[in-house]
Structure formats: C-alpha cells, structure tokens
Design a protein around this ligand. Structure first.
Ligand code: NDP
Length: 296
C-alpha cells in the first residue's frame, strides 16, 4: 500500500480563503485583531511570529506584535497582558513560547483573558476542553491535526490513537481531542518502554516528539494513519518525526513535513481569532475583569 498524502498546504489555503471571504464582509473599521507578545530574541520564535503576522494580515486580521526584551520582569509582562485584556480592539492574545527561563510561563499564560486566549493554553480553556465543551478555544496545532484527520473521512470512533509526546501545547490537547472523538487513546513519552510495540498497535499515530525520522516502517502496522507534527531542522533541512519515505509505503494516509500539519497550525490560530472576534462582538461590552468569562 502507498499512502495518500494529506495536503496540509491546500487545506490551510482553503481555510484562509474562507476566513478572508468572511472578514471582507465586515466593516473596514471593525476587523479582528490579534496581539502577539514576543519576548527575547530567539530566532525561530521571530520567524514563527513573522509568519503568523503575514498570514493574519493576508486574511484581513490586524496583527500587533509586541516585542519585548528578555530582561523584562514578570510584573511588567503581566501589566502588558492586563492592558491587552482590557483593550476592546484586541480579540486574541497569544504569548509566543518558549519564554525566557526567568519567567513563570504558567503564571503569564493564566493571566490572559480566556475569551481572548486563541491559543487555548489557559487553564480555563484547557478545562473546557477536558469537559468537551464546544466553546473552548483549542490549541491550533492539535486542532489542525484533527481537521486534517477529518478530511480523510475515516470514522475516528473506536480507533486506537497513539500519541507520542505529552507537552501542554501539543501532546496533551491532542489526546483530549481524540478522546472527545471517541478514539481509544494512548499517550506515550520519552520514558515509555518499548515504544515501537505500542505504536504498532495504532490505527492513528500522531507524533509530536521532535526526534527526526525516529518512526520507521517497522514501528507501524499496515493501513495506519500517520500525522507527523514534529519539526526539526538538521543541517538546514526540515524533518518530521517520521521516516516518511519508509512509512508511506505502509500507511493509508500520511502528512508530509513540511507541507502537512505546519501550515494548518497558523490557519487554525487565525480561525480561532475570528471566532474570538465574533464572540466579543456579540457580547460587547464584555467583562473587563481578566480571567473572567461571565457576562456582567
Ligand atoms: P516538547 O519538547 O515540549 O515535548 C516533546 C515531547 O516528546 C515530550 O513529551 C517528550 O517526553 C516526548 N519525547 C521526546 N523524545 C522522545 C522519544 N525519543 N520517544 C518518545 N517520546 C519522546 O515539544 P512540543 O510538544 O512543543 O513539540 C513537539 C514537536 O512538534 C517539535 O518537533 C516541535 O517543533 C513540533 N511542533 C510543531 C508545530 C507545528 O505547527 N507543526 C507546533 C508546535 C510544535 P517527556 O515528556 O518525557 O520529556
């Protein structure tokens, strides 16, 4: 069997086209706005943020990038978030991760107004996701993976999904989404024993561990659906976690790297921002108290 390649680039372009069409119908002085906080001078983070901004502008979402020095203190960062929380023009707020080690990531993320938390990283949206509530903002990468999975038209219910990686931003939310789709979910990580034996039982294998070409064809069963989230740069070239050339001969569907999950991530972030805009629009004037989702 040779796998069908899941074309994330086209799926992302289609999603962006839909968003552009919807946003173009809005009055020009009332368009969605995304604020991106970027702390420090990590090169990869700067590239990611530039890409997010470029894509946002291309669909008609205004994007403010707030660049801050790595020496910024926690309190100063918290007051910037507070200002953005209270700014009615701002619909979505994201903090580009990782933050410098001196800053408590959890504290900063938790300060974002859940209504504006378009990355879905706050404890509030994480909790909503655990409760399988449709109003939860879902982290863009797992959301993109789910949309690509759904594009295969394979019934996910009852399938065994194995996830490699348990980070708060990828592996864990991915596991919740698949559980909410009635998959039987196994989460694995760097301490999992005999990983290939586990992955061989997967109907759906989602990898987010950042180990280039770790997954060989002997790690998967015939007909598996493979979603490769990993992105690792080796000698200037980008690799996924999956040995694509080998595994595609056994899989039924597979995402390439690049051109699979990556492009969908930004498209889903923009889709979340548009949804945040619609909510704020409906509920304005919304509650100014940060971390408060009530309607008073
Ligand atoms: P983290 O480093 O936060 O998490 C990696 C996870 O993989 C950890 O849970 C770790 O286990 C596990 N892991 C590491 N090595 C192994 C191994 N040899 N076997 C099994 N599990 C292992 O990374 P992220 O979750 O942030 O990102 C994961 C990958 O996805 C990276 O390559 C990243 O670049 C990519 N990524 C891609 C995005 C996209 O848009 N396509 C967006 C975000 C990330 P443990 O917990 O035990 O340490």
């Amino acid at each position: 069997m040779t796998a069908q390649i899941i074309d994330g680039k086209t799926a992302a372009r289609n999603l962006c086209d839909e968003l552009r069409a919807k946003i173009s119908l809005l009055p020009s002085d009332n368009r969605p706005t995304l604020a991106v906080i970027l702390v420090g001078d990590d090169e990869a983070s700067h590239i990611y943020v530039r890409n997010k901004q470029k894509k946002a502008l291309s669909v008609g979402i205004d994007c403010r990038v707030i660049e801050l020095s790595s020496s910024i203190g926690e309190n100063a960062l918290l007051s910037i978030i507070e200002e953005l929380n209270e700014d009615n023009k701002v619909n979505g707020i994201i903090v580009q991760l990782p933050l410098p080690r001196t800053i408590d990531e959890f504290k900063i993320i938790s300060a974002i107004n859940p209504y504006k938390d378009v990355d879905g990283f706050t404890p509030y949206n994480t909790g909503l996701n655990v409760y399988n509530r449709c109003e939860a903002f879902i982290s863009a990468t797992p959301l993109g993976v789910l949309r690509l999975l759904q594009s295969t038209n394979v019934n996910l219910s009852g399938k065994h999904a194995v996830i490699i990686g348990r980070s708060n931003i990828v592996g864990k939310p991915m596991s919740r989404l698949l559980l909410n789709c009635d998959c039987t979910v196994t989460i694995t990580h760097s301490l999992s024993e005999n990983l290939p034996a586990i992955t061989r039982t997967a109907d759906i294998l989602v990898s987010a561990c950042g180990q280039p070409r770790m997954i060989k064809s002997s790690w998967v069963k015939d007909g598996v659906i493979v979603m490769d989230i990993g992105i690792t740069r080796v000698d200037g070239k980008i690799y996924g976690d999956v040995d694509f050339d080998e595994v595609k001969e056994k899989a039924s569907f597979i995402t390439p790297v690049p051109g699979g999950v990556g492009p969908m991530t930004i498209a889903c972030l923009l889709s979340n921002t548009y949804n945040a805009f619609l909510r704020n629009y409906v509920h304005q004037p919304h509650c100014h108290h940060h971390n408060c989702c009530c309607h008073h």
